[in-house]
Design a protein around this ligand. Structure first.
Ligand code: HAM
Length: 438
């Protein structure tokens, strides 16, 4: 069987079995499920609550939130228009979460709101290993606290997720961006420093020199990195309060045993950041080495029209890169779930009985596999083997007459006769399945 249609470049299908797409292993749906539920468990331990926002938002929200001159907004948005309104597929979730916070007055719940999300995001980037056009982020936003403890709580939960998968080959880099005024003064100084080097800069960097010179700091070009080495340092422009918070955050990280490197050139690609920012990298990932990134963004709420400032901090992480790191760490993920029992049928009457009984057993909480095509007993047994159910039953006329069947334990080959009315209890006990709520 075949079709001329293919999934769009930079996207991928998640299937019951893991498979390779180019050089990359695409995890199975059971593995995705396991990883997502482990993330949820970690979130629960940090008492962080889930939010789900729409996949598309007005372009203006995203542009105002992330910044008009960022790469994401200028060239990476999947945008469309309908009835005079412009929309984009969300490239990230921080601006949508802040919108939801403001719109629903979540501050009225009292205290600090600690929110997490897991879901797809869209960026029209050049696809490569670890970089997709539809990718998945998990992340958190801690809204309503300007204390460095909130920043470090965010970092702590991020590290806890990776540790839960046995990943420890990672580097956390941190920096402080100070206040927007500090940053503006620094941007001027940086531009003054880079201007005499203009001719040595790439076309992209020359463009950034006008619009967003901070981005030149994380250039990947070696000769530009050399120029940047002697550039003025942002920390020299940072106000006392930001510096105090930065020191406090470092002390908290030391307290809880999280290693970090200070990186004066870490600027991040989104405009909403102030003060503490960070990135988590893995040397196992290749060119797209960022596992996660985040920081404080105290001005986002006002950029979205809030009359009051709302202090907030958080991070987001790529699920696909988490899977790459899990693979590199050699951590096993669970295989797809197997049915508890396979019931084969011989003859029309038995087929009807099996179909009916399967529904009853499932209502009792058992996972039951059966043939749906009226195939031969041989074909059904082959299917039972493929599905690897620990128990198999064959129902024919004799079993229907006797009102009981031989339950075969596949691993030992042992057979036990069980009356139909005891079947559910017997299989549940053998599979150690808890009774279902009525
Ligand atoms: P970001 O650094 O743009 O930050 O993205 C966070 C993570 O998403 C990256 O570190 C990477 O793992 C993953 N990622 C980004 N783009 C792609 C892509 N094209 N393919 C695969 N993975 C990708 C943000 O999105 C901010 N909203 C983070 C944040 C939350 N800041 C505060 N709160």
């Amino acid at each position: 069987m075949s079709t001329s249609f293919q999934n769009i470049k930079g996207t991928f299908d998640i299937l019951p079995d893991a498979y390779r797409d180019g050089g990359t292993r695409i995890a199975s749906s059971a593995e995705w499920h396991h990883v997502e539920s482990t993330i949820r468990d970690v979130m629960a331990r940090f008492n962080i609550e889930e939010v789900r926002t729409p996949i598309f938002e007005p372009t203006e929200l995203v542009a105002r939130g992330i910044g008009e001159h960022t790469d994401i907004v200028t060239k990476e948005m999947f945008a469309f228009e309908r009835s005079g309104t412009n929309y984009v597929l969300r490239p990230e979730v921080t601006a949508p979460v802040m919108r939801a916070f403001l719109q629903h007055h979540l501050e009225q719940r009292g205290g600090v709101q600690k929110l997490f999300y897991i879901g797809p995001c869209f960026r029209a980037e050049q696809p490569q290993k670890g970089r997709y056009r539809q990718f998945h982020q998990f992340g958190i936003e801690i809204v309503g606290a300007d204390d460095p403890r909130a920043d470090v709580e965010g970092i702590a939960v991020m590290m806890a997720v990776y540790r839960a998968f046995g990943i420890d080959n990672m580097t956390l880099r941190i920096n402080t961006l100070g206040t927007p005024d500090d940053r503006a003064a620094y941007v001027d100084a940086l531009r003054d420093y880079l201007e005499p080097h203009r001719d040595e800069l790439s076309e992209t960097s020359q463009r950034r020199l006008e619009k967003n010179p901070l981005r030149i700091l994380d250039t990947k070009l070696e000769h530009e990195q050399e120029i940047v080495q002697d550039a003025p340092r942002l920390i020299a422009f940072v106000d006392d309060e930001s510096r105090r918070d930065y020191d406090a955050a470092k002390a908290l990280l030391d307290d809880i045993g999280i290693d970090y490197e200070e990186d004066p050139f870490l600027v991040r690609g989104l405009d909403y950041y102030t003060r503490l920012t960070y990135e988590l990298e893995s040397p196992d990932l290749g060119a797209q080495s960022a596992l996660a990134g985040g920081g404080r963004y105290d001005l986002l709420a006002q950029a979205l029209g809030s009359s009051d400032p709302v202090p907030a901090t958080g991070f987001a992480a790529g699920m696909e890169r988490l899977f790459l790191a899990i693979e590199a760490a050699g951590t096993d993920l669970p295989a797809p779930p197997k049915p508890d029992v396979f019931i084969a049928a011989l003859g029309d009457e038995a087929e009807r009985w099996v179909f009916r009984t399967a529904q009853t057993l499932r209502a009792e909480g058992l996972s039951v596999a059966l043939d749906l095509k009226g195939r031969s007993l041989k074909a059904q047994m082959k299917e039972a083997n493929r599905q690897d159910a620990p128990y198999t039953l064959i129902i024919g006329g004799n079993e229907l007459d006797a009102g009981s069947a031989q339950v075969k334990e596949m691993a030992s080959g042992e057979q036990v006769e069980v009356a139909f009315e005891d079947l559910a209890a017997y299989l549940k006990q053998r599979n150690e399945i808890a009774p279902q709520a009525a």
